[in-house]
Design a protein around this ligand. Structure first.
Ligand code: BGC
Length: 268
């Protein structure tokens, strides 16, 4: 990397001990940011991410917090601010799937996904905005007062049978992100979403771990490869840095063309 774009900035990445969150945390660390590696289960994996970030030079700590629990989120921000002085970047990444046919979906399956994926983003964004407003702009670090990146999905626009809870949570994230971006633009807080397609992570193992599944998946992806967490990490660094200073309220799709609706290449 020619320039250390996020030098002296601090990022919280939720769900950073695996998958896309891990890739984003490592990329932000490589770009010079101190990183809070949030996790709920598997502290060893979180500590591995911390060690990797430290090997690039910045500092990192692992903090356990369930993003759907108000007290735990507030506590995580307090710990982060105590350790690093402030928070400049929030990556609202933590998310999961609990798939079921709609007529068989339990209230618990619905609620769990909405709590983690959507309410979790609300709680973390609220604490981040409070801290951004308290601190104000520090020109040596960034021209913006703070940056929030919401991990959404192609399913914020593509309906997804068997995943009504998940797709609804991502549709909700779209309006949450845009509303916060509108509300705090004048305070120089930038809020954007990353909308990944199929990325090779534990959340969608069944979609890529056999040749048959992989071939089926490729029928949905014009660019003909599955994404990797590093693809998302590079975009997160861009959205967190001043290189993207005029971008706010945007949903950036990073999906190998999945949202081009490949079926229409030959049909329609
Ligand atoms: C889901 C994955 C899925 C991808 C593309 C993501 O948001 O979490 O399971 O493979 O969208 O459908």
């Amino acid at each position: 990397m020619s320039e250390i774009k996020l030098k002296k900035q601090t990022a919280i990445v939720t769900g950073a001990n695996s998958g896309i969150g891990e890739g984003v945390a490592i990329a932000l660390g490589e770009a010079g940011a101190n990183v809070v590696v949030n996790y709920v289960i598997n502290p060893d994996a979180a500590n591995d991410v911390v060690q990797k970030i430290k090997s690039f030079g910045p500092d990192a700590i692992a903090i356990k917090a369930d993003v759907s629990k108000e007290g735990e989120v507030i506590n995580m921000f307090q710990q982060a601010i105590k350790q690093f002085g402030t928070v400049d970047i929030l990556v609202n990444n933590a998310g999961l799937q609990r798939d079921a046919k709609f007529h068989e979906m339990t209230l618990a399956q619905w609620q769990f996904v909405i709590d983690i994926n959507l309410t979790g983003q609300f709680l973390c964004a609220r604490e981040a905005i409070k801290e951004f407003l308290r601190r104000g702009i520090v020109p040596e670090r960034s021209v913006a007062c703070g940056k929030i990146i919401c991990m959404s999905s192609v399913h914020q626009i593509i309906p997804w049978a068997g995943h009504a809870n998940y797709a609804s949570s991502k549709g909700g994230i779209k309006m949450l992100m845009q509303t916060i971006a509108q509300e705090y633009g004048r305070q120089k807080i930038r809020v954007n979403s990353i909308c990944p397609g199929a990325i090779k992570t534990p959340i969608n193992t069944a979609a890529w771990d056999t040749p048959q599944a992989y071939n089926n998946l490729m029928e949905l992806i014009p660019y003909n490869r599955i994404g990797v967490p590093e693809d998302i990490g590079k975009l997160a660094v861009f959205l967190a840095s001043d290189d993207s200073d005029y971008i706010t309220g945007a949903s950036i799709f990073i999906d190998g063309g999945m949202t081009l609706f490949e079926g229409f290449a030959t049909g329609g």
